[in-house]
Design a binder for this molecule. Structure first.
Ligand code: NAG
Ligand code: NAG
Ligand code: NAG
Ligand code: NAG
Ligand code: NAG
Length: 735
């Protein structure tokens, strides 16, 4: 990890500090930029300190804390520190490791000074030291303290402790003459994300060329080239165009009323995604085209722009630009690595093999319903990049619409929602079921008080619209004033006036009877499944339950709580690719990595009695998967009562033959007491992550009564939920 860098996904409890922490749809490698930057280090011994954004998933509060030492973390959070990161997946990408090894061996033919920026476990540094017969000098720069500590162990294990000079600083804090004796002759570094630039490649290279490297240094990699392709894909369209999708709903609720069509949208950014998972629903509208080229061996510019003329190869609507990159590791162009989707058959893509999650393709959404093109038509793509990101604008030859004009029309007001929430809000079926649930709840009740527990703008509109006499208080803990401003703008179109709707000004989720004007709450509603901060496990969304518990003193006796309960569901599954990517590490290109297993959250082949952590994944993005059992219930969380520890147990029959790699767990949110309206967040739904508990060894399973005695017919799964730490402990026993 380096300046602007973090190779980590949001761990469930802690977010690591890094200047740039990205987070996009399925990113497992990066963090989201926290709204507050970490405080500057005030002490002189800064190298021994690390900031963590400590996030309590149940209360939703977060704060920056200084961690002097990993060992000072509370017991329960020690393991997850790096366990939910994608370091493991990255180290298990044998193709990646191999191309770096080949290129380093080829480049380092004589002893010299090598600098490794963002060194991680030290793999590239060790490759460099070995290539020089341990006669050169290697400086490994790693700013993230827990990672640097892990690297020290790995180096020691491989007898490289003396050969490599490990510096626990960001590369832009290194000084020649202080930290390193001289400028380095060679840079080896892998600080690339799916978007290429997100981990700070450009500023890091700029600083390195200015201050840390000799003139004309050698670098591994040598160059990266980004490519794109125009696609039509309804599922991608649904992820960003709420206005267009809402137009098809017919429930009389207008999240985006006519004329305010740019009020709500997704952030304009690249969304990392395994595009092979949507291949069947995707129509390719162009051949792949080259966009940008970045040379590592010279100082890059902070900004760049280019235009590409593209010929449409089919009729359709351009909904998105899918992009990827190809890394050329050596100057001669014989060693490559590509993040292209599987449908691209370029030589650089051959031999890659296994699915991996640390690099995916990126998707850039075109605004609105897309751009219609006919076969043979020319399209102009304008691409530009900043220091940390790439963006596009697509026009037919002559620029037609400028999005900035739209933004101007909405008076600059914009509510940014996640693409998953946009897709759900635009889903007619989901809306109708919410409508039915809230209508039933408000039926026959007048002058009621309804509290929206979270940031749900849809439920606020619904409650205000459906009952002309009720009072609605929305807590909007994340949206705050922005939410209030939004409601004022859309109130008229949704048939209510703001004198019945208010946004709580309090910072806490907890209201007192004074805040509710002396009234008790009759209806408490929310969309708890959206507390799902990117990297959270499904049961960490039970923050709703905690909030409900805090509100207990103001709830009326016959209060309706929606959802009224959460059902923890699970299914045994075959997940060969995911399992492989979370496999324990032994030798990696000849270097012993067995000390990293536990810290990096390895699951597969973990020596007993250790167990891997539960990890959040979107199953539909995990390549091959197959359900081997029926979906079963483990435990129910009853929101009509205050939060408490819960325990449940289920006996499960396998319904198919196969190799079971683990259990996928999720919560079904039951809206009404009749159990008729349920929001499921299971693996057949795309907008949520599931929790995955991988087995240390895959187990052959079969239908009960099968002839093969080596197959298991059933299993028992137990789960214990501890609200104090939002953890779910899962046990299983095959029989
Ligand atoms: C990654 O895991 C697989 C297990 O499926 C293993 O065969 C492979 O060697 C691992 N790769 C590395 C680099 O350790
Ligand atoms: C892209 O980079 C620019 C400049 O660094 C920054 O202002 C902008 O917020 C970035 N956009 C995204 C989506 O991260
Ligand atoms: C919402 O209010 C509008 C205006 O009063 C009304 O036309 C519409 O039917 C309402 N929607 C629902 C779902 O009742
Ligand atoms: C409500 O307000 C009154 C008067 O300001 C105050 O005495 C009382 O303590 C408040 N009650 C709560 C629960 O905050
Ligand atoms: C890590 O995994 C490897 C491969 O399964 C194993 O040989 C090694 O003992 C493990 N190390 C630890 C510390 O668990």
């Amino acid at each position: 990890m380096n300046s602007l860098i973090s190779k980590t996904l949001i761990p469930s409890i802690f977010l690591c500090f890094s200047t740039r922490l990205t987070l996009t749809t399925n990113s497992l490698r990066h963090f989201k930029p926290p709204s507050l930057p970490p405080p500057r280090l005030m002490t002189s011994d800064s190298s021994q300190r690390v900031f963590q954004l400590k996030l309590d998933p149940v209360t939703g509060n977060s704060e920056w804390v200084v961690i002097e030492d990993n060992d000072e973390l509370p017991e329960f959070s020690k393991e997850p520190l790096l366990a939910t990161t994608s370091y493991l997946d990255m180290l298990n990408d044998s193709y990646r490791n191999k191309v770096f090894r080949l290129a380093i061996d080829k480049t380092l033919t004589k002893p010299c000074h090598v600098l490794d920026i963002g060194a991680g476990t030290g793999l590239l540094s060790m490759m460099a030291a070995r290539a020089m017969g341990l006669n050169g000098m290697v400086t490994a720069c790693e700013s993230y303290l827990p990672m640097a500590k892990l690297m020290r162990k790995v180096l020691h294990r491989n007898g490289m402790g003396k050969a490599i000079n490990l510096i626990n600083k960001r590369s832009d804090e290194l000084q020649v003459g202080v930290d390193i004796p001289s400028r380095a002759d060679v840079l080896v570094s892998e600080i690339l994300d799916s978007e290429l630039l997100g981990e700070g490649l450009i500023p890091t290279l700029q600083h390195a060329h200015d201050k840390l490297l000799v003139e004309n240094p050698l670098t591994v990699p040598y160059r990266a080239v980004t490519y794109g392709q125009l696609v039509e894909s309804t599922c991608l369209w649904k992820l960003h165009d709420l206005y267009g999708n809402e137009a098809k709903a017919s429930d009389g609720i207008y999240l985006v009323p006519a004329g305010l069509d740019t009020f709500i949208h997704v952030k304009s950014q690249q969304y990392p995604m395994h595009c092979d998972a949507i291949r069947k629903e995707t129509k390719l509208l162009s051949e792949p085209f080259k966009i940008f080229e970045f040379d590592f061996w010279k100082r890059p510019d902070s900004h760049g722009e280019t235009e590409v003329q593209i010929k449409a190869i089919d009729d359709g609507s351009i909904h998105a630009v899918v992009s990827w990159w190809i890394l050329q590791l050596d100057p001669e162009g014989t060693i490559f690595y590509s993040t292209a989707p599987g449908w691209i058959k370029s030589p650089a893509n051959i031999g890659k093999g296994n699915w991996c999650d640390h690099w995916k393709q990126c998707v850039w959404f075109l605004r609105g319903t897309g751009m219609k093109v006919s076969k043979g038509e020319e399209v102009l793509l304008e691409a530009s990049h900043t220091e940390t990101n790439v963006s596009y604008n697509v026009n037919v030859r002559v620029p037609q619409t400028d999005i900035r004009q739209h933004d101007y029309r909405s008076g600059g007001f914009q509510l940014l929602l996640s693409s998953e929430r946009i897709a759900t809000y635009g889903d007619n079926k989901w809306r109708l079921s919410m409508l039915a649930a809230v209508r039933n709840a408000l039926q026959g009740r007048v002058n009621r008080l309804c509290v929206v527990a979270d940031d749900s703008i849809f439920l606020t509109l619904l409650a205000a619209n459906l009952s002309k006499t009720s009072h609605v208080i929305s807590l909007f803990p994340g949206l705050r004033d922005k939410g209030a401003q939004y409601l004022e703008n859309v109130a008229k179109a949704n048939g209510f006036s703001m004198d019945r709707v208010e946004v709580s000004e309090k910072r806490k989720a907890c209201l007192t009877i004074n805040d509710t004007h002396g009234k008790k709450v009759d209806l408490l509603i929310g969309e708890p499944y959206y507390y799902a901060n990117e990297g959270m496990l499904p049961w960490q969304n039970l923050r709703f339950w905690k909030d409900r518990t805090l509100l207990d003193p103001v709830l009326s006796e016959d209060v309706l709580i929606m959802p009224c309960k959460g059902i923890l569901k699970a299914c045994a599954m075959s997940l060969p690719d995911l399992w492989r990517s979370r496999h324990c590490l032994g030798e990696v290109e000849g270097f012993d990595h067995s000390v990293v297993n536990t810290t990096l959250g390895a699951c597969g082949e973990l020596p007993a009695p250790k167990e891997g952590p539960s990890l959040p994944f979107s199953i539909w993005q995990c390549d091959e998967s197959k359900e081997l059992s029926e979906i079963f219930t483990i435990v129910e969380f009853d929101f009509s009562k205050p939060i408490s520890p819960c325990y449940g147990k289920a006996q499960v029959q396998f319904t198919k033959h196969g190799l079971c790699h683990g259990f996928v767990l999720w919560v079904d949110w039951v809206m009404d007491a009749e159990n008729s309206i349920i929001v499921s967040t299971g693996p057949d739904h795309r907008y949520w992550k599931q929790g995955v508990k991988l087995l240390t060894k895959p187990v052959a399973v079969g239908i009960n009564g099968s002839k093969s005695t080596s197959e298991f017919g059933s299993t028992v799964v137990e789960a214990f939920f501890d609200p104090a730490i939002s953890e779910l402990i899962i046990k299983h026993a095959f029989s």
